[in-house]
Design a binder for this molecule. Structure first.
Ligand code: UN1
Length: 481
């Protein structure tokens, strides 16, 4: 395609063509259309990027936090100004609907703005001293040059909520985005560059796992923030632990929505639909399990299946589309493979489950919105498929429903639908998750509050809000006499 955008690396303030393997992002709704192409970084580029981040770190750390924040605020304005065009590019490169793409770009601006104002907030603490004439101060300092590794599913929002706190607290960054969404990575880097970020403070290297490995194993990287699969997160954490490097990892989820008998039925149906199928189910916070108490189960499943069946699935840039494709052919095959296993294990398919055979939806990486009911042990209850697939189970009462919700090695988010305050409080007490939504869908996160998972969903300090500071700074305890 002649109008494919050119991919480049940002190293020490210079945009360079990579000398590594060729790389292209394609439109997952029409995989013959190339969205952006170029060459990956080489290992030498990674070395240069880390060296640039190291060199820039001294003066950036000494730059007053308000000045660092001002760059983020200016970048927020650039991002916001480009929300329509970048949102469309995001939909074309990642496959979520245009409305969601625009919303995500606006969300990135909101995140940049939140952290851009960090200088106005409290930065340390003072303790009393047991000795006369002394106070004990807790101050915070940047860690140094940090690696940021981001997934495909939020190509600009997740990078923003790692890079913005990293930068505002005075760190420098080498960032490797997913190779399926490099164009949006370039857009965020362009916004920060246009806003006046000094050379070397943010470096962008595009490449697959060898580049990621070279980055996370680099001796001069002081910390690693990662979002992605559990397998990759654990291997990064293992190799980083051997070198004493802290890791913040946001990984898998198998998030439950629990709908109790007394729930507001319409609200719960609307929210479960959004949780399961928005972004084609490709959020670590998406609803992939549904637990219903007996009295409403039949009616709820019938209504939900009818709504899923009626979802408009197609070209994400078309205004009428409600759900786009998944990211790659490999992801599509993995999801249908998981569904095949589920069917062999005896689940009841309520809607979906079959590939599309005609038109755009057969050409692109589409998966039909699918709801299955699980009555026997089945892998689909525990394994994350990362697609528009919802596995439902019935529970006798609220206690059994909460126990089923906790029946997962993951604990990222959950949603509970009830109008009964006592049951809502029981959910707060019993559900072992990092994010709990009462009467709203399982996805969604505000920038000023902690985000992250319990159990095997997360590792290290959480993201966003004051939690981000725990990861991107270390403290110095000052005995001041
Ligand atoms: C959201 O729920 O809106 O990878 C954000 C993910 C999460 C972010 C979810 N880290 O899906």
């Amino acid at each position: 395609m002649t109008d494919a955008k050119e991919l480049r690396q940002l190293i020490a303030g210079q945009w360079r063509s990579g000398a590594g393997d060729s790389v292209a992002s394609v439109n997952p709704a029409q995989p013959s259309v190339v969205v952006a192409e170029g060459n990956c970084a080489t290992i030498a580029d990674v070395d240069d990027a880390v060296a640039a981040a190291g060199e820039a770190s001294v003066s950036w750390a000494r730059t007053p936090i308000h000045q660092r924040g001002a760059v983020l605020l200016d970048a927020a304005a650039v991002v916001e100004r480009n929300a329509l065009s970048w949102g469309l590019e995001l939909a074309t490169e990642e496959g979520k609907t245009k409305a969601e793409g625009i919303g995500e770009v606006e969300r990135a601006a909101q995140i940049l703005r939140y952290f851009g104002n960090e200088g106005d907030r409290q930065t340390g603490e003072i303790f009393a001293s047991p000795r006369a004439g002394e106070q004990i101060l807790l101050t915070r300092k940047p860690i140094g040059a940090v690696a940021v590794i981001t997934p495909f599913n939020f190509p600009i929002a997740i990078p923003a909520w790692k890079i913005a706190p990293a930068l505002v607290y005075g760190n420098t960054v080498v960032w490797k985005p997913a190779t399926t969404v490099p164009l949006l990575a370039i857009r965020l880097a362009e916004a920060l560059t246009e806003a006046g970020l000094p050379p070397g403070v943010l470096n962008l290297v595009i490449g697959d796992s060898p580049i990621g490995e070279a980055l996370v194993d680099h001796a001069d990287i002081a910390a690693i923030s990662f979002t992605g699969s559990t397998a990759v997160g654990r291997s990064i954490a293992a190799s980083a632990a051997a070198r004493g490097v802290p890791v913040q990892a946001e990984m898998g989820g198998k998030n439950a929505a629990v709908v109790l008998d007394d729930a507001d039925f319409e609200l719960a149906v609307d929210q479960v639909m959004l949780g399961a199928f928005r972004s084609t189910g490709q959020k670590c916070t998406a609803t992939s399990r549904l637990i219903l108490t007996e009295r409403i189960a039949d009616r709820f499943l019938a209504e939900l299946a009818a709504r899923a069946e009626a979802l408009v699935v197609g070209d994400p840039t078309d205004d009428a589309t409600q759900m786009g494709p998944v990211i790659t052919g490999a992801a599509q095959r993995n999801i249908y493979g998981g569904l095949g296993t589920a069917m062999n294990q005896g689940v009841d398919v309520l809607t979906g489950g079959e590939p599309y055979f005609k038109g755009l939806r057969a050409e692109g990486f589409f998966v039909a919105p699918t709801i299955v009911e699980v009555t026997e042990p089945a892998d689909i209850w525990s394994d994350e498929l990362f697609g528009p697939v919802l596995a439902a189970r019935r529970a006798a009462d609220a206690d059994e429903a909460f126990a089923l919700a906790n029946d997962s090695e993951f604990g990222l988010s959950a949603a509970v639908f009830t109008q009964d305050l006592t049951r809502a409080l029981a959910a707060v007490e019993y559900l072992d998750v990092g994010v709990l939504h009462i009467n709203s869908e399982s996805a969604g996160a505000d920038p000023h509050v902690p985000f992250g998972g319990a159990k095997k969903s997360g590792l290290g300090p959480k993201e966003q809000g004051t939690a981000a500071r725990e990861f991107f700074t270390h403290t110095t305890t000052v005995y001041l006499r």
